[in-house]
Design a binder for this molecule. Structure first.
Ligand code: IPM
Ligand code: MN
Length: 337
């Protein structure tokens, strides 16, 4: 396993995820861990973001446990593009998997949330995230800046197939979210690929929602969703909203997955490094621990992953509303494993 605690609260929550992983795995698997010193501290110390030898070593692992990256002392984009997105791209993690579940014991900001349990399958390597674009006449009144959204049929089809496979294991419903009334080229391509792939999954129903409408449904009728399939940027925005709807990003885990297993997949809480609360031992390690469960499931240790999920569920049901430190939550969850 590669472990990249990263910055801020990433350093506080990742050790708990690692311990939960270790304890849940028990005798079923014996992991060895390699820690990577990557993130803001490293960059400020020696200017390195993701050295080639680190990338090569990470490529040799079976999976990556990541905390969070980001630091207000560093200009926006440097670590995000140079570390996090570089890993997603180099390791071809084309499925960004983000489940949202409202646990018993968690208060949703919605008045009548009902049962919320859906998964966002966000494309992870294309769209506006590619880094295609540039600026000319920078810092002049005539400045021009472009960000080009790259969408390939190959890139869309593989994530569409993943979404339909996943739906078969769930409530068998896929919702494509895009903006095909305006983004007529990419949106139309996504829709045609969905329609074509859907023919191979007669048991799975599918529908379509514009991104702006989807942000409404997520708060007005979240129960309508089972598997939400969407592109990189829409998925980024929608999953933050999804995190809020299920009571805050402290409960939201994610996986950046190379579903062909050519490279390791990476598991991380969807929250960031939260510099405002870093070092105070108050960050909730639950999302990081749930990421460890996703990691186990990805490697085929379903039973062990279920144990973490059950421990977290029981912990939240009983103690979710109490004020606890990072270490207390970590210890409480571990005690149930
Ligand atoms: C996320 C984050 C990243 C993203 C940033 C930090 C690059 O917001 O994982 O959702 O936009 O994908
Ligand atoms: Mn995001």
């Amino acid at each position: 396993m590669a472990v990249i605690p990263g910055d801020g609260i990433g350093k506080e929550v990742t050790p708990w995820a690692q311990q939960a992983l270790e304890k849940a795995a028990g005798d079923a698997a014996s992991f060895t861990y390699e820690n990577f010193d990557l993130g803001a501290e490293r960059y400020l110390r020696d200017g390195q973001i993701l050295p080639e030898e680190d990338l090569a070593a990470i490529k040799q692992t079976d999976a990556i446990l990541l905390g969070a990256v980001g630091d207000p002392r560093i200009k926006a984009g440097i670590l995000e593009r140079g570390l996090l997105l570089r890993l997603r791209f180099e390791l071809d993690q084309y499925v960004n998997l983000r489940p949202s579940k409202l646990y018993k014991g968690v208060t949703s900001p919605l008045a009548n949330p009902g049962e919320i349990d859906f998964v966002v399958v966000r494309e992870g390597t294309e769209g506006l995230y590619c880094g295609s674009g540039g600026a000319v006449r920078r810092d002049t009144p005539e400045e021009v800046a472009t960000e080009v959204s790259i969408n390939t049929a190959y890139g869309a089809e593989r994530v569409v197939r993943y979404a339909f496979d996943l739906a078969m294991k769930r409530r068998k419903h896929v919702t494509l979210v895009h903006k095909k009334n305006v983004l007529v080229n990419a949106g139309d391509m996504w829709q045609r690929i969905v329609d074509r792939v859907a023919q191979e999954y007669p048991e799975v129903t599918h529908d379509y929602c514009h991104i702006d409408a989807a942000t409404i449904y997520l708060v007005s009728d979240p129960q309508r969703f089972d598997v939400i399939l969407t592109d990189n940027l829409f998925g980024d925005i929608l999953t933050d909203e999804a995190g809020a709807v299920v009571g805050g990003v402290g409960y939201s885990a994610s996986g950046c997955i190379n579903a062909k297993d050519e490279y390791p997949s990476m598991f991380e809480p969807i929250h960031g490094s939260a510099p405002d609360i870093a070092g105070k031992n108050i960050a909730n390690p639950t999302a990081a621990i749930l990421s460890a469960a996703m990691l186990l499931r990805h490697l085929g240790f379903d039973e062990q992953a279920d144990r973490i999920d059950a421990a977290v569920e029981a912990d939240i049901a009983e103690l979710g509303s109490t004020q606890r430190s990072t270490d207390e939550v970590g210890r409480d969850i571990l005690a149930r494993l």
